[in-house]
Design a protein around this ligand. Structure first.
Ligand SMILES: *Cc1c(COP(=O)(O)O)cnc(C)c1O
Length: 723
């Protein structure tokens, strides 16, 4: 991208010279995971910072000149400014990154990463849930470690949706049009400053896609956008929304991502050595790569071997119905020209993605990805077992255990999710360079040395911060008008900042069983409303707007928590996003997760909680089956599979109530007589951090992807034996 043009964007804010680089910093998401950089904006005008929802571009455009001037006269501010920008410069210019030191021979071999969603920051609503947050965290850590990665995704002009809950608990979706000019995205332009576009054939027309660039530290993320004049009105909406329920829209989107994405990288001059597909949505990229080799004179079989040898496919979905697949008529309609270009028959083409289901023959995106990738992985140990069973039909000659799908358990990006105050506490007790070594188990032993009163002080600060934030949100809601007073109570105004607080926040997919707690309403009410040991439960999460099942669960919970017997101790917060997620995973006492095993492939929100000393109470599923060691939190139910989901729900609910009544609540309220602190609880917090953090940080995960999937591709001779 043209640097002069970029500078034009960076410098378009009316900033005094002394702090003009705030404009440049706004265009690199590095600031989002560096708390001192966040404060460079926030300190100038905290209220405006909230009002612009932490968007530095809007902020700099609106901030009053007098406030800017005050900052330039504040020596303390300027010192921080200089320190942060020099850190930024040395981060961006560093040649001796971990990757460059460890794998100097591979620094010029790009790794392409494709995902349908990226959860990077609240200002960029191009994600729906955990999959997107994982992609976002992956890029941030790849940047920190210095991987030569380049990423491809979509710019959704209407983002995901804004969630409103009616008085009766029904979720309503509102869509807002995103304004590029307000966001940290830059148009990708050619020499003549014209937008660079690529085109993709869809039935009867060519669709043009333009490109936007987001800087994620050192990693460029290119976002495809079909909203260009050359396209028909309908095609312009192809990239408007995430996960359309319309299959035809969906297949068109996925063609844009896979095929358009490869073409975009080519136009930009990339020749990736590794191609990582995060889930099946981008699997059509293999078709474009095959076509490239066939056009260059290779046979289909040769092309297939070459393409496969450099692909990595990650599966996230443990249920066949949750997988992305298309009926064959749709494949015929959209892909017939492609199999001609590949020089193969319809049958041979269908075979690449064939999935025989009870509802007929389908073309499955994960099947395409799995068949055409050398590296294949699931996202937790249990999910690995489930995936090997589920995809066994692709390797019928092998035993289930030998199905070549390994697992790499997910992780979370530490600097994104760790509370600032907790970070300072670690600075004090883990040693100066702790953040450089944060995936080192030994380092975390030092957590045990943090004095109880200091940890408790930080934790109480974070709880207060959450409670005040919730109250402010309830106030805005009330001020917005058109809400019933009971909705203000349901939004958390009666929360006590010091009572035991449980958080449950995630997408409201039915398998997540947000309503498991409501299994025995009377027992729940008794737990929540004990006057001497009250329990508060905070729910948040969106249901996909087309899924009635999820919306009904929200309604069931909302109707329950409005009841006066609940006494305002259970609340539902609208509009769950990464901002609210940060408040919650940092500011509750217990993080609850109740998926119907084995449907939670991994889950990551509990890892974010653990970083902050929040204790997990979760079903033996996904990552928690590996994280739980018998004493660093609580496991609901047993480490077994069930045939009867009803019995499973019943037993899990009973186990959850037992844990709450007999262990969690008494432990929290038990105070040491010497200093009135909950000593046993604090010990458990430290023990959880010590045992969980180094294992479930994104750094461990990215290194594992490198060692086990990327490096064997870069260096075929050093093939690592799969475990
Ligand atoms: C981390 C995160 C998720 C994933 O949560 P799970 O409990 O792992 O499903 C979803 N949404 C947001 C906004 C998140 O930050």
């Amino acid at each position: 991208m043209n640097e002069v043009f970029q500078a034009h964007y960076h410098n378009r804010f009316p900033l005094p010279r002394r702090i003009e680089r705030l404009g440049e910093l706004a265009y690199n998401l590095w600031w989002t995971w560096n708390p001192e950089a966040v404060r460079l904006y926030m300190r100038i005008d905290p209220l405006l910072w909230e009002r612009t929802y932490h968007n530095p571009i809007k902020f700099l455009r609106q901030v009053e000149r007098a406030k800017i001037n005050a900052a330039t006269l504040n020596r303390y501010y300027l010192e921080n400014y200089d320190r942060v920008l020099s850190e930024f410069d040395s981060y961006m210019q560093r040649k001796d990154t971990w990757f460059a030191q460890t794998y100097p021979q591979w620094v010029y071999r790009p790794i392409a990463y494709f995902s349908m969603e990226f959860g990077l920051h609240e200002t960029l609503p191009i994600y729906a849930g955990g999959l997107g947050v994982l992609s976002g965290d992956h890029l941030k850590e790849a940047s920190d470690l210095g991987l030569p990665m380049v990423a491809v995704g979509f710019f959704y002009t209407e983002g995901y949706f804004t969630q409103r809950i009616t008085e009766d608990g029904w979720q309503e979706a509102e869509y807002t049009h995103q304004v590029f000019d307000d966001l940290p995205v830059l148009p990708v332009l050619d020499e003549e400053e014209k937008p660079i576009t690529v085109s993709v054939e869809l039935p009867g027309r060519e669709v043009q896609v333009r490109l936007w660039e987001v800087h994620v530290g050192r990693i460029p993320l290119y976002l495809l956008d079909a909203n260009v004049e050359a396209n028909s009105v309908t095609d312009r909406t192809l990239t408007a929304r995430l996960y359309s329920g319309d299959l035809e829209m969906r297949i068109a989107q996925e063609l844009l991502l896979g095929i358009g994405g490869v073409r975009a990288l080519r136009v930009l001059g990339y020749n990736p050595s590794v191609w990582h597909m995060n889930e099946g949505h981008s699997a059509f990229l293999v078709l474009e790569r095959l076509r490239e080799y066939i056009e260059a004179g290779k046979s289909f079989e040769e092309a297939k071997e070459i393409v496969k040898a450099s692909n990595v496919f990650t599966t996230h979905t443990p249920v066949p119905a949750g997988n992305d697949e298309f009926p064959l008529w749709l494949i015929e309609k959209y892909l017939a020209p492609i199999w001609t270009q590949l020089g193969i028959t319809r049958e041979e083409f269908i075979e690449l993605g064939r999935h025989t289901t009870p509802w007929g023959e389908m073309f499955s995106m994960p099947v395409l990805g799995l068949k055409l990738s050398e590296g294949r992985n699931a996202v937790s140990e249990l999910h690995g077992q489930v995936a090997r069973k589920m995809w066994h039909f692709l390797w019928p000659d092998l035993e289930v255990d030998e199905v070549p799908i390994t697992h790499i358990t997910n992780g979370v990006h530490l600097s994104t999710w760790l509370a600032r105050r907790m970070r300072y506490l670690f600075d004090e007790y883990l040693g100066e360079d702790w953040i450089e070594r944060h995936d080192d188990f030994e380092l975390w032993e030092k957590v045990m040395e943090i004095p109880d009163e200091k940890l408790w002080e930080v934790h109480r600060h974070l709880k207060r911060k959450l409670a005040y934030y919730i109250r402010e949100r309830a106030r805005w809601m009330w001020a917005r008008g058109n809400v019933h007073p009971v909705q203000v109570i349901a939004s958390g105004v009666l929360l006590d900042p010091y009572a035991l607080t449980i958080g449950f926040a995630r997408r409201f997919a039915p398998y997540k069983r947000a309503n498991l707690l409501l299994h025995d309403p009377d027992r729940l009410l008794r737990i929540v409303t004990r006057a001497d040991m009250p329990v508060q439960i905070i729910f948040a999460g969106k249901s996909h707007p087309d899924h009635e099942g999820g919306k009904l669960i929200i309604q069931e919970i909302y109707r329950f928590l409005k009841r006066s017997e609940v006494a305002g101790r259970m609340v539902f917060l609208e509009e769950y996003d990464v901002n609210l997620a940060r408040y919650l995973v940092q500011g509750v006492d217990v993080w609850l997760n109740t998926p119907r095993r084995p449907n939670e492939a991994s889950g990551t929100s509990g890892m974010k909680a653990a970083l902050n000393g929040v204790l997990n109470c979760s079903v033996y599923d996904g990552w928690w089956r590996e994280g739980y060691n018998g004493q660093n939190g609580w496991a609901i139910g047993q480490d077994v599979d069930y045939d009867d989901p009803q019995r499973q729900d019943e037993e899990d609910a009973r186990s959850l109530y037992d844990l709450l009544e007999q262990e969690i609540v008494p432990l929290y309220y038990r105070r040491r007589s010497s200093d009135e602190l909950p000593g046993d609880w604090l010990y458990m917090m430290k023990d959880a951090m010590r045992t969980i953090v180094p294992q479930f940080v994104m750094r461990r995960m990215v290194k594992e992807y490198l060692d086990r999937l990327y490096i064997p591709i870069l260096s075929p001779k050093k093939k690592v034996i799969e475990t």
